[in-house]
Every structure is written in structure tokens, then in C-alpha cells.
Design a protein around this ligand. Structure first.
Ligand SMILES: NC(=O)c1ccc[n+]([C@@H]2O[C@H](COP(=O)([O-])OP(=O)(O)OC[C@H]3O[C@@H](n4cnc5c(N)ncnc54)[C@H](OP(=O)(O)O)[C@@H]3O)[C@@H](O)[C@H]2O)c1
Length: 325
């Protein structure tokens, strides 16, 4: 089969379209013929040699895809050859075929095309597992999500708005701020022009937000803690701005704040299975009712993986970039 591979870490141009052996589905796995694969920021880190592949995972990039079941491994029940699905992967999506544990499969939501569905698994599982399962955001509470134009941000805004939360977001351009407002953000803050912590304090009369989903990491730790309400929960899922900083425990103590940092890819299969099942139960109905839309910015052929990575690196997309084998 054809797949995107690279011999050594480096810039976008290390990515090559090559012929490799197609995977065979092991026990409990399903072989998918890929229709479209989503690009994630983690893929860019892996290409640069900054994201070690978890043990046993494919070396091929790609953490999500949609496609058609081509074969079932031993012991798989509940799915049939020919079913259209979208899939949370631990790797292997930038290819014509990929093998994946059956627990990581989701049906295509009614009303969504097979191609668009490739934009859903990673954002839906990340957002629901962190804002829903870890932080327990409730209707009437408030959420701040950084990177309102990102794949994660565009989904998080829609999910929290559908839940009935007040949504704050940050982004760095008028285009992304407008998109965030259209998706349901109540307050969209340009982080290049404004101190977001000051704006949150103004907008909440000093009481802060209940939950923060952060992708920036070190430089935002202090302003995030300042922006949290009492008993608030900060969930860090990305370190785009850096990993090391000081933690002001005084701020945490006085607010009885919690800080959690998580990554989806490294979780064991039983935890991914639990998240995928919860997403199917709690998020899929919101997609089928039109309250959450897959946000596809650009679709490129598989051999343009390098350009797809450049679009993410330069922050040109609002929502997701997909590759089509
Ligand atoms: N832990 C996990 O399980 C997990 C899973 C999925 C994703 N992630 C992480 O989540 C992050 C987003 O991923 P993605 O694939 O959705 O990325 P993406 O679509 O490439 O978006 C990244 C966004 O960050 C924005 N941004 C950059 N600096 C910012 C700042 N200082 N303040 C606010 N926004 C800023 C960029 O746009 P502007 O600067 O133009 O606004 C861009 O929209 C990445 O760090 C990724 O690694 C983690």
C-alpha cells in the first residue's frame, strides 16, 4: 500500500509517499481502507522527533481516520466488512490501510459524510475526556478554551455551548475570533492585543471561569490559575508555548484549584475504549442533531502531507486539515 513515511526526523520535506506492506488485523483488530485521515499537531512533533511513538504503535503518522472496514481480525464482533467508520488511532492514518483495535471504532454520525467524519475522533475524544470526564463541566458553568480556531478549540466551543456553558476563548486573528463566535463562543479574546486574564476578570466580575482547557502550557500557567474560579479545574493538553515553569501553589491553595495534564495517545486500550464509548453516547447525538459540526478547513491528497503540515505549523487552518489517500 502507499503511505507517508520519513527516514529521519526533520522539516516538512522529510515526508515521502512510499510503498510499504499493508498491515494485517491481529486478534480484536479491524482493517480499515482509509477514506480520509486527520492531521494533528502531535504529528508535527513526531515528524520533528519530539514525540516518541508508544510501544507497539505504527511508526506511520496519523492519529485518526475515516474509512471502510476491509477485514475483521479474530474475535471481533459487532462490526462487518463494508461498514463505514471513523477511528481513533495510535498511529498509521497517513496510509491507504490501517489496522486498529475494534474498541477504537465509531460509526459515521447520521448526516455527516465519510470524508468529514475523519475530522471528528481525535477532537471529540480529547475534548469530551478532558472537559467532560476529567473537569466535569456542567450546564451554567463557564469554560475558557485557548486556541479557539484550532481543531480542538473549534470542537470544544461547540460542545460546551451545546452543553449550556458560557464559553470564553482566545485566538490570534480576526478570522479565528469570528469563527469562534459563530460556533458559540460568548467572549472571544485576541491574545495578541489583550491580556486574557485581565479580560476574564472583567467579564466575570473577578470570579473567574470554572474550567480551562489549555494547549499553550508553561507561559499560560500563571494567567490560567489567575483566571480560574474557586474550585476551578485547569486541564493542560498541550505545551505549544513550553513545558517548564514555576507553579504558584499559593494561587492554587486559595482557590482550591485542580490542575490535570493528560495525553490521549499514551492511554491504555481499556481507557481509550471507555472514552470512545462515552463519546459515542454523549457527543454523537449532538453531532447528529447538528449542534456540533465537523470543522474541515482543507482536504489535500496524501502526497501533499508536507503542505498539510505547513498549514498547521503556520496556523493557517480554522479547524481541521485532512489527507485523502
Ligand atoms: N493531550 C492530548 O491528548 C491532545 C490531543 C489532541 C491535541 N492536543 C494538543 O492540542 C493542541 C491543539 O491541537 P490541534 O491539532 O487542534 O492544533 P491546531 O489546529 O494546529 O491549532 C493550534 C492553534 O493554536 C493557536 N495558538 C497558537 N498560540 C496561541 C496562543 N498563545 N494562545 C491561543 N492560541 C494560540 C493557533 O492559532 P492562532 O495563534 O492564529 O490563534 C492555532 O489555531 C496541540 O498542542 C496538540 O498537541 C493534545
Amino acid at each position: 500500500m502507499r503511505a507517508i513515511t520519513f527516514d529521519a526526523p526533520g522539516d516538512e520535506d522529510v515526508l515521502n509517499l512510499t510503498d510499504v506492506d499493508a498491515p494485517a488485523p491481529g486478534p480484536g483488530e479491524v482493517l480499515i481502507t482509509v477514506a480520509a485521515a486527520g492531521i494533528n499537531n502531535a504529528d508535527l512533533l513526531q515528524r520533528r522527533g519530539k514525540y516518541p511513538v508508544p510501544p507497539g504503535a505504527s511508526e506511520i503518522l496519523g492519529l485518526e481516520c475515516s474509512g471502510t472496514i476491509a477485514a475483521l481480525g479474530e474475535g471481533v464482533t459487532g462490526w462487518s466488512v463494508g461498514d463505514e467508520v471513523c477511528v481513533l488511532l495510535t498511529g498509521g492514518g497517513y496510509a491507504e490501510q490501517v489496522a486498529v483495535p475494534a474498541e477504537q471504532l465509531l460509526p459515521i454520525p447520521a448526516g455527516i459524510s465519510l470524508e468529514e467524519a475523519a475530522a471528528l475522533p481525535e477532537v471529540a475524544c480529547t475534548v469530551y475526556s478532558n472537559i467532560g470526564m476529567v473537569a466535569g463541566l456542567k450546564p451554567g458553568q463557564s469554560l475558557l478554551v485557548h486556541g479557539g480556531g484550532s481543531g480542538i478549540g473549534t470542537h470544544a466551543i461547540q460542545w460546551a455551548h451545546a452543553l449550556g456553558a458560557r464559553v470564553f476563548t482566545t485566538a490570534g486573528s480576526a478570522q479565528k475570533l469570528d469563527a469562534a463566535r459563530q460556533l458559540g463562543a460568548d467572549v472571544a479574546i485576541n491574545y495578541r492585543d489583550e491580556d486574557f486574564a485581565e479580560r476574564i476578570a472583567e467579564e466575570t466580575s473577578g470570579s473567574g471561569v470554572d474550567v480551562i482547557l489549555d494547549i499553550i502550557g508553561a507561559p499560560y500557567l500563571e494567567p490560567n490559575l489567575k483566571s480560574l474560579a474557586n474550585n476551578g479545574h485547569l486541564v493542560i493538553i498541550g505545551t505549544m508555548g513550553g513545558m517548564r515553569t514555576e507553579l504558584n501553589l499559593g494561587l492554587m491553595l486559595s482557590k482550591r484549584a485542580s490542575v490535570t495534564a493528560t495525553t490521549l495517545r499514551a492511554r491504555p486500550l481499556h481507557e481509550k475504549a471507555e472514552i470512545v464509548a462515552a463519546v459515542r453516547e454523549n457527543v454523537w447525538p449532538l453531532i447528529e442533531s447538528g449542534q456540533i459540526k465537523p470543522m474541515v478547513d482543507t482536504v489535500l491528497p496524501l502526497d501533499q502531507a508536507a503542505e498539510a503540515h505547513r498549514i498547521l505549523a503556520e496556523g493557517r487552518a480554522v479547524g481541521k486539515v485532512l489527507l485523502k489517500p
